[in-house]
Design a protein around this ligand. Sequence first.
Ligand code: MG
Length: 277
Amino acid sequence: MKPERPFPAKRLGMALLLSTIAGGALIAQQNQRPGYTDTPLIPGSRWRVHDRDRPHPRVIDPGTPGTLDRPGKPPSDAIILFDGKDLAQWRADNGGPPGWKVEDGAMVVVGGKGSLVTREEFGDCQLHIEWAAPEPPRGSGQGRGNSGVLLFGRYEVQVLDSYDNPTYPDGQAAALYGQYPPLVNACRKPGEWQTYDILFTAPRFKDGKLERPGYITVLHNGVVVHNHTQILGSMAHRQAPSYQPHGPKGPLVLQDHGNPVRYRNIWIRELKDYDQP
Ligand code: MG
């Protein structure tokens, strides 16, 4: 008996033909909007289960993750707030030009020059920000590497050198200042770059009253430290937090607490229903 070749040319031709037909069928199916029109409505939704008329999510480039040495590439639909070059997206909290330094691709707090405020305002959002505490460390407790990421200029995710630096737990790095300590202390050494990835749902107010509190999820160096945590109000020192009504959008503020903390690779994505413009 003649041994058969592992994959004869004739068979290869047939396989290619079949895969072309299958590919063509798939494209034709996609053009016909695959899905169903006879399925039940999803509770609370105007869409049916597997609804063929439901809009498709936009396609974006997700970017690339960073390393300890190099920041990653932001998603293509992110608003870039700092890419290592200039402070064009920022102003000082007194309304003047930002007084912080740009050095080696980082923006550096210059004590006494004021906090920085974004020129643009944002509502519900995903925020990515990288920071490094001063090396060598100076001071202790709240005086070592203190800064802060303040959503709406009032809900603070604390920035602090919390590597072997005891302070009150609701004031350490990644704490919701004055409200909740982080679930764990995931701080890196001073001088090393650290990341915060924050999902923020802004509180809603109606007729000057709180309608729905805000919620926050925070990952510190990739580790979840707040999981859809209910925000209790504006950040306050030695006072119970409480809400003060505000609009649906607010600026992002980076705090000047007098310590030369560095920031890099800051980007934000506003979050809304995927089928809204
Ligand atoms: Mg602070």
